[in-house]
Design a protein around this ligand. Structure first.
Ligand code: EPS
Length: 386
């Protein structure tokens, strides 16, 4: 079974991740992990922190001579900013300056709930782990999972659909160009006209000390029929992908295929009718389900849209209350991004890749890649005989 744990504070020394269940014999190209880490760091609207960091992966266990051993894979990413935070983040109690306590929680962040739940009196203890810096570790896991998925022909990609009120016109974009156009855009939006407007909006909003959210889309192509299961609630592939995506910092909604638009549609136009041809086998002409029916992949691309709220650390802070004096004050001014929607797209790719890898390894085994491939081919042969 594939599973992973991340550790590390935003301004601590490193982020660490331990991944279990990646089969032995998978070729790992570290440069591909670094490419995804760099893609996550990019995107117009990121804050000053991204000028400090250059995320590079370091492998500590589980990979030898470029191949997985089947043992736990440990990887770390250094926080360069730690140099400026050594005292504040020191694991050792010291009488020297440890920085100023943060007392005015930011609405929309983990600050107040975390502070109350964990019984701390400085919400730095909470924000350090709540920070979206943690997503760098998840992207590293996702990059390894993408290498596994690629062995089975599965490709995961993403693009920005919306930032603030600016929505991409995807009808004008050829399907096979979406990925390349997204990579070329500063906001990962394939529609060049919308990209420009999104950048202008980010500039405008930043002058006002405000922030922006938006929507991204993740597409997984060549996913074979039958990942996930209808037999138990926690085996359903859509439920698992949704959990993984909604756990990403600031994500407020996850939709598959036509998603919430289905509320107003009749049954006659809500589903994907089934066709058959000798060459294609069973197929659909539409993908309103987003590639998942009954908690199982149905052979169509998996299409998921995530909505991200505007980041809650505002240069022009919202109203809050001082936790010591209980007086009304504005929230703490904390350095942050203005818009992290393009970064979310890369993190969401990772989340989807991780869940698909888990489901794939459950169906085909996960100790030895060769065995997985044999099992996969036998399954495909059986499906072909239908
Ligand atoms: C974040 C605040 C900012 C972001 C950070 C997420 O960090 P800092 O407080 O150091 O300026 O840049 O994201 C990252 C560091 C990252 O790598 O994505 C927050 O409060 O969630």
């Amino acid at each position: 079974m594939i599973r992973f744990t991340t550790a590390g504070e935003s301004h601590g020394e490193v982020l660490v991740v331990v991944i279990e269940g990646i089969p032995a014999g998978l070729t790992i190209n570290l440069e591909d992990i670094n490419i995804d880490l760099a893609r996550r760091q990019r995107g117009y609207g990121r804050g000053k922190r991204m000028l400090i960091e250059t995320d590079i992966i370091k492998v500590l266990s589980g990979i030898r001579h470029g191949r997985t051993l089947g043992s736990p894979i440990t990887m770390s990413i250094a926080n360069k900013d730690f140099e400026s935070w050594m005292q504040v983040m020191s694991p050792v109690s010291s009488s020297s300056s440890v920085g100023v306590s943060l007392l005015r929680p930011r609405p929309g962040h983990a600050d107040l709930s975390g502070l109350m739940k964990y019984g701390v009196n400085d919400f730095r203890d909470i924000l350090e782990r709540a920070s979206a810096r943690e997503t760098a570790a998840r992207v590293a896991v996702g990059a390894v999972c993408k290498m596994l998925l690629k062995k089975f022909g599965i490709i995961v990609m993403s693009y920005t659909l919306q930032i603030g009120s600016i929505v991409a016109n995807m009808f004008s974009i050829a399907e096979n160009e979406v990925q390349q156009l997204a990579e070329m855009s500063y906001v990962r939006c394939p529609d060049a006209v919308a990209s420009k407007k999104m950048i202008e909006l980010i500039n405008e909003v930043s002058i006002n000390g405000d922030t922006l959210g938006g929507k991204i889309v993740v597409i997984a192509k060549n996913v074979l029929v039958g990942l996930g299961s209808h037999t138990q609630w926690d085996l359903k592939l859509d439920g698992r992908i949704a959990q993984s995506l909604i756990s990403i910092q600031a994500v407020k909604a996850v939709e598959f295929g036509a998603g919430s638009n289905l509320a107003e549609c009749f049954g006659s136009v809500s589903h994907d009718e089934i066709f058959y041809s000798e060459t294609k086998g069973f197929y659909r002409r539409t993908n309103r389900a987003g590639g998942i029916e009954g908690g199982m992949s149905n052979g169509e691309p998996i299409v998921v849209t995530c909505t991200m709220k505007a980041i809650p650390s505002l240069a022009n802070p919202l109203r809050s209350v001082n936790i010591v004096t209980k007086e009304a004050e504005t929230a703490e001014l904390v350095r942050s991004d203005i818009c992290a929607v393009p970064a979310l797209a890369v993190v969401a790719e990772a989340a989807v890749a991780i869940e698909l890898s888990k489901a794939l390894s459950e169906k085909f085994g996960s100790d030895c890649l060769k065995d997985m491939e044999n099992s996969f081919n036998m399954y495909k042969e059986r499906l072909g005989a239908l």
